[in-house]
Design a protein around this ligand. Structure first.
Ligand code: ATP
Length: 736
């Protein structure tokens, strides 16, 4: 081949062998060591590209020798600014809280000492004679310049005449001067005392005597027994330092951390100074490469031991915006579960609006955490006895204090934990795990589901300027004629309903629909469960809830079922709470990142008083309805008409029909009753009919049909079973 461009055509085979024979072996080695993607490698992979010697031999530098990265301006811009005024001073409630605490502290100290004043007076009087003796002795020593005595004696011992003479002269001058002052004091003092005794008013005399006695009393006090004792004893909390954090991390037994802390390791990095943050210390830590915050959470107990603090004081947290190794370690002065729970801000007075943030609890630093219930739903989950009902009670009480909100409350444990709200404020209420309560709860859910339709139609019919975002606004909710007021459906121990053989499926399907569509329509669903598994909490519900609060749970599945998928993996672990962490949980969905919250403690007697207030507000606003107003809610008895309805939709010439077809026909006949059944999956439809027919002892069976030449088997009913059951029922009715 001829090359007319002036370049050479290289025979690669020859060029390679020439290179192997090169006199400079290091060049080859470095080419071999060239990182992946170097020119050496690419020339091999593109055999027909002409390569120059230099291209082939020299590895590409992946790390530039020039310092690269953000310039000064970029670094300044990217720097995180620390608060000019600390967060507690900017937040009104926290500031008031701090002021209140200071006032309380001062008041306590004053009261403490005021009570002890007689004791102090007695002690001072008793010690005053010793004080007088010490005063006289001290004065005489001063006049005689006793403090210079040892130096003069030393001069005598050294037989240093010059020094001794100097010191003696100085002493003589001093003694003369002090003697005059002392004599003057001896004349003026008693004279002044006599004048005071004769001329001064009684109170001045008393003050003077008290002051003198007190002064002599203090002077006469032994050094180890002060007169005034301390009103408060400061709990000594060790300051958190980087050394302590490193010591604790080193005690976790994690290989990577130990490597980093060992000889030649990179150590642990602290991207920000360790500071005071609320009633505790905050350390921002960059864990060694490859170590994640989840690794530390797994060893929280060991970390607490390494820090020498109770477990409830130690709160390592991931920082979602940062890399997986950035940890914020907050170490409280007191264990979170030992700090008395804060008082619910609405406990004594105040009204609420579901459109505004409502107080739900406090974080580890004692800062208030709010939740906005409107346009959202809440799921609470935990092991039994960890504070689920308490967590549900506060949002419900807040809803009760919004006179516009209609409350439907179902407490399926049966202990009457929500009695005050249910009986005094709620439009519909039931308590108990029995079938009758579950049926009534389902009826309530059906009512809410049906109301969704009505609300959607009302919103669709409104002019755009009144409802620009096609959702309920505070103004629309306040317009009573529209019926778009907030509707709150709360179910405590909802697993009792969802796992109920007869009502569970329908309740699950309806609640899923309510969660999905209710948000914009002003419907709020609050659920609490102690069994967050697939059977007790439909996955569609756990996947669609906006706000989640997870108290202590046992494992990853429950954790993720309540807080959301991958939360456990990301270090949000409610499994790390202990038995005594009652009311403490992870709240996800209320702010950008999940946070640890301790709920307010409002027990039943306190709730009772709050509900009295809520009831009065409702009576005044004319919004007390349903059960609380003494009306018995209408329960729709689906069961009574089911057989007749089936007989009506299955004509006599159809001896056997598939269940899903029956459900579709039933929904056409009575959409308000069977509509939700028809919205289910085909298989669930059939199961729903099977369950509904169980109380009549009618069983569904496999029915085979030929469709497009193929045999298809599905569950269905035999019409004769229905008619027989109707005949028997009618006979019984006639007999009775
Ligand atoms: N915020 C809180 N602070 C302190 N203690 C709390 C708090 N919340 C709940 N508790 C305590 O936890 C106990 C259990 O609370 P609660 O009845 O709400 O639990 P639960 O999870 O609903 O129980 P169960 O599963 O049996 O229904 C209460 O008796 C209460 O003393």
């Amino acid at each position: 081949m001829t090359a007319d461009s002036g370049a050479d055509v290289v025979d690669l085979g020859k060029a390679r062998s020439a290179r192997t024979e090169s006199a400079d072996p290091t060049a080859d080695q470095s080419a071999d060591r060239a990182p992946h993607g170097s020119a050496g490698e690419s020339s091999d992979s593109r055999p027909d590209t002409p390569v120059s010697e230099s291209d082939d031999d020299r590895p590409v530098m992946v790390d530039s020798p020039e310092p690269t990265g953000p310039g000064l301006m970029d670094r300044i811009r990217a720097a995180k600014r620390r608060d000019v005024i600390p967060a507690w001073a900017r937040s009104k409630p926290e500031f008031l809280d701090a002021l209140g605490w200071l006032a309380g502290h001062t008041g306590h100290s004053l009261a403490f000492h005021a009570v002890r004043l007689p004791l102090y007076a007695g002690t001072l009087a008793a010690r005053a004679p010793v004080g007088v003796a010490r005063f006289i002795g001290g004065s005489l020593r001063w006049v005689a310049d006793a403090e210079g005595e040892p130096v003069r004696l030393a001069a005598v011992r050294r037989e240093d005449a010059a020094d001794y003479l100097k010191l003696s002269r100085q002493r003589d001058a001093r003694v003369r001067m002090r003697g005059i002052l002392f004599t003057l004091a001896l004349i003026v003092g008693p004279a002044a005392a006599l004048a005071l005794y004769v001329l001064a008013p009684g109170w001045l005399l008393a003050v003077a005597v008290a002051a003198t006695v007190a002064a002599f009393g203090f002077a006469g006090a032994p050094a180890d027994r002060p007169v005034i004792t301390r009103a408060v004893v400061n709990a000594e909390v060790e300051k958190l330092t980087s050394t302590i954090v490193e010591r604790a991390l080193g005690a976790l037994g994690h290989a990577e951390i130990n490597k980093a802390l060992g000889k030649g390791g990179d150590g642990i990095k602290f991207p920000a100074p360790i500071t005071r943050d609320g009633p505790g210390w905050r350390a921002d830590v960059d864990l060694p490469y490859g170590v994640t915050v989840a690794d530390i959470l797994d060893r929280r107990e060991r970390l607490a031991s390494g820090l020498r603090r109770p477990l409830g004081c130690v709160w390592p947290e991931p920082v979602p915006d940062e890399h997986a190794g950035r940890m914020v370690l907050w170490v409280g002065d007191k264990a979170l579960n030992k700090v008395p729970p804060a008082v619910w801000p609405l406990a004594k007075n105040g009204a609420a609006s579901l459109f505004k943030p409502l107080p739900f609890g406090t974080d580890q630093r004692g800062r208030r955490v709010d939740v906005t219930l409107m346009y959202d739903n809440l799921l609470v989950g935990a092991m039994p006895g960890m504070g689920k009902t308490f967590s549900l009670r506060t949002p419900l009480l807040a809803a009760a204090l919004d006179p516009l909100a209609e409350l439907l409350v179902w407490e399926l444990k049966g202990t009457g934990d929500l009695d005050p709200i249910g009986k005094k404020v709620a439009a519909d209420y039931g308590s108990g795990p029995d079938d009758a309560t579950c049926a009534a709860a389902l009826d309530s859910i059906r009512y809410v589901h049906a109301d969704l339709e009505r609300r959607a139609k009302v919103i669709a019919s409104l002019p755009k300027d009144k409802c620009p975002e096609n959702k309920v606004t505070p103004a629309l909710a306040g317009n009573r004629s529209l019926g778009l007021h907030p509707l709150v459906l709360a179910i405590d121990e909802c697993q009792e309903l969802f796992a109920n053989e007869t009502y569970g499926k329908e309740a699950g399907a309806l609640c899923t629909a309510i969660i999905k569509r209710g948000r914009a329509l002003g419907v709020i669903l609050l659920l609490a469960t102690q069994r967050p598994d697939r059977d007790s909490l439909p996955t569609a519900i756990s996947a669609s809830v906006g706000m989640r609060f997870c108290l202590r749970v046992m494992g990853q599945t429950e954790n993720d079922m309540i807080l959301g998928t991958s939360m456990y993996k990301n270090g949000i672990r409610a499994t790390s709470f202990t038995r005594s962490d009652k009311g403490i949980g992870y709240l996800a969905g209320a702010a950008d990142d999940p946070q640890i919250v301790r709920t307010y403690y409002v027990d039943n007697p306190a709730a009772d008083l709050i509900c009295d207030r809520a009831r009065q507000a409702r009576i005044k606003a004319g919004t007390l309805t349903g059960m609380a107003a003494g009306q018995t809610p209408e329960r729709r008895e689906t069961a009574d008409t089911l057989l007749d309805d089936i007989a009506a939709v299955v004509p006599g010439d159809e001896p056997k029909v598939w269940s899903e077809a029956v459900v579709d026909r039933l929904a056409e006949l009575r959409p308000e009753v069977y509509g939700p059944w028809a919205e289910m999956e085909p298989k669930a439809k059939a199961e729903q009919l099977t369950t509904a027919l169980k109380p009549y002892r009618i069983r569904t069976q496999q029915i085979s049909r030929r469709i497009d030449g193929e045999r298809v088997n599905k569950r269905g009913i035999v019409r004769a079973d229905i008619t027989t059951a109707i005949t028997e029922r009618d006979k019984k009715r006639d007999a009775s």
